[in-house]
Design a protein around this ligand. Structure first.
Ligand code: PHE
Length: 337
């Protein structure tokens, strides 16, 4: 009986310190397994003197049941605890602030470009593109600017080699398109251009949109009509438009197109340098020599062309006074559009 009592004590002691289901499992084997301490007592029953057998048997049975129940109880308890621990470690605090995913957005230059493209598309113009690394022939020669012609100095050119340049304007796309297609043509050609120049109004890379229309009987009034419609869609319907005589080797006559200053309504201010006008693009009637380069008969065909800087128009539209900010990728600036 003393043996059974001490068995009970040692079990209770060990059970108290069992901290995991695994330890409990070991305990179960130690006491109730095939070679367990309780099992051994049960097996020993036959060697107990017959008169003591019933009471010894009863005591062993009692402790067996006690240990079984105790282990079941503890197992349930430990399982519950483990479940709680898991729930806690896997839980999500839905009151925490969320992690925001940063979004990119359309660059202001691209916004202006889509507006411009949209306006000309509504007038039936198609979009064409040309290479940024361009042959001297397309950038200058076929635009009536032979080598060593002083007009080349109008644009500070990045030369890749003697015959290859970074295009200084989008006008070479005129030549490339006219070489492979026949009139009638209504084309706009947007893209990057390069000039060796850098200050608050110039970056070595900037964007232009070229436009041109070629057919029989295209006149300067077509040019005026198309550009006025464009300007009145891009800016205010009432914006005054002025064509000022100018010079480009590939157009004749040539003009620079001004709009009434949108900041002072023509009264004169810092932006328009007190002239009341802002220059926004160059234009003219395509020079007969250019038509000869692409094999069009200048007696049959005529056309106009224009070219504008997208940065310049964006700066006017949004009152931005430093061109360099477009290319700094400062999100505080870019997020405002
Ligand atoms: N290519 C000229 C420039 O970059 C602009 C222009 C285009 C002028 C078409 C006339 C006709 O300055």
């Amino acid at each position: 009986m003393e043996d059974i009592l001490s068995l009970r004590h040692s079990f209770q002691e060990e059970a108290e310190s069992a901290a995991s289901l695994l330890e409990l499992q070991h305990l179960k084997i130690k006491y109730l397994g095939k070679k367990g301490l309780v099992t051994a007592r049960l097996k020993a029953l036959s060697s107990v003197p017959p008169e003591l057998r019933p009471s010894f048997g009863k005591a062993v049975n009692e402790i067996k049941i006690f240990i079984e129940e105790e282990i079941d109880r503890m197992e349930a308890l430990l399982k519950q605890e483990e479940h709680k621990k898991r729930a806690l470690s896997e839980s999500v605090d839905i009151t925490l602030p969320g992690k925001s995913v940063p979004f990119g957005r359309e660059h202001p230059i691209n916004i202006t470009l889509s507006v411009i493209t949209g306006i000309f598309a509504s007038m039936g113009f198609e979009v064409e593109e040309g290479p940024e690394v361009e042959l001297d022939y397309y950038n200058f020669e076929a635009l009536n600017m032979p080598k060593y012609h002083p007009a080349r100095d109008m644009q500070d050119t990045f030369y890749v080699s003697d015959d290859v340049v970074l295009r200084t304007h989008t006008s070479p796309v005129q030549i490339r398109v006219m070489e492979k297609r026949k009139p009638p043509l209504k084309i706009i050609a947007p893209g990057k251009v390069y000039r060796c120049d850098a200050d608050i109004c110039h970056t070595p890379m900037f964007h232009q949109v070229e436009g041109f229309m070629v057919d029989a009987d295209i006149s300067f009034s077509d040019l005026k009509g198309v550009l006025e419609l464009f300007i009145h869609s891009m800016f205010d319907k009432e914006t005054p438009v002025r064509f000022r005589p100018s010079f480009f080797p590939f157009t004749e006559p040539s003009a620079e197109v001004d709009i009434g200053c949108i900041f002072c309504s023509g009264r004169g201010c810092r932006v328009c340098k007190d002239t009341g006008w802002l220059e926004i693009l160059g234009a003219g009637m395509i020079h007969p020599r250019v038509f000869e380069f692409v094999g069009y008969d200048p007696e049959i065909y005529s056309g106009f062309a224009f070219g504008m800087g997208i940065e310049r128009i964006t700066m006017l539209k949004y009152s931005i006074d430093d061109i360099r900010i477009f290319f700094e990728n400062d999100l505080r600036f870019l997020r405002q559009f």
